[in-house]
Design a protein around this ligand. Structure first.
Ligand SMILES: NC(=O)CC[C@H](N)C(=O)O
Length: 222
């Protein structure tokens, strides 16, 4: 299983994501934002957390218009897998691959702490390693994590079971406590919490490891 992790100026979770994929058994290639081509045999693209382009304009907006993102969109449109974490989630909403937007946290502060999440669906290669309704602990670290989508979009997300994770104790004002959403074909996941920062005991917990393990197992089989 081959994962490509995109690196923007200001990314700071790219190595963490690469290590989480590697420890789960994936081969990983780092791809610079100015590149236009992805490795040919890539199974999943990781869009990592951080402060791409200094969060200028809007978090993820400049990154979404970088050359590599055209290839990320093309990969997703062909049915490829994409995982966007934190700033990566913001980038994916800015490309239009995922619905909704990430607004400033309701308390206007940067929040960095472990939070409890509820797994809302196990029906995806990202979440199949969890039980529906399972609670896991994963850290957040963001100032723009307040998920918002209009009523029609929310109805669709809920109706199609595309809310992947919710916050047990909403830290940032996200509508309907949404912490992560899936694309319609369930192959693109964006989430604000950081499973790659909770993937081995030294990080204080391993609740995030199942996501990388399951992805590697399922995509290797496919
Ligand atoms: N950890 C991150 O990826 C942070 C994302 C973004 N820079 C924010 O603060 O909202």
């Amino acid at each position: 299983m081959h994962a490509a992790v995109i690196v923007f100026p200001g990314s700071n979770c790219d190595r963490d994501m690469a290590v989480a994929f590697e420890k789960a058994g994936a081969k990983v290639s780092m791809v610079w934002h100015k590149d236009t081509a992805l490795p040919k045999d890539v199974d999943i693209i990781g869009v990592p957390g951080g402060f791409s382009f200094g969060d200028y304009l809007r978090c993820g907006a400049i990154a979404a218009n970088s050359p590599i993102c055209q290839s990320v969109v093309a990969h997703a449109e062909k049915g490829g897998y994409v995982l966007g974490i934190c700033n990566g989630f913001q980038v994916l909403t800015e490309t239009g691959l995922l619905p909704g937007v990430l607004l400033r946290n309701v308390n206007l502060k940067y929040i960095c702490k472990p939070v409890r999440l509820r797994v809302e669906t196990a029906d995806s290669a990202f979440t199949a390693g969890y039980q529906p309704g399972q609670e896991i602990t994963v850290p957040i670290a963001h100032h723009d994590g307040n998920y918002f989508a209009d009523a029609e979009t929310l109805k669709r997300l809920h109706g199609e079971a595309r809310v992947a994770f919710t916050y047990c104790d909403n830290p940032n004002g996200s509508v309907d406590d949404i912490a992560g959403v899936l694309s319609q074909n369930r192959r693109v996941l964006g989430m604000m919490p950081h499973p790659e920062r909770m993937a081995e005991p030294l990080q204080g917990g391993t609740d995030g490891a199942a996501m990388f393990r399951t992805l590697v197992d399922q995509l290797a089989e496919a």
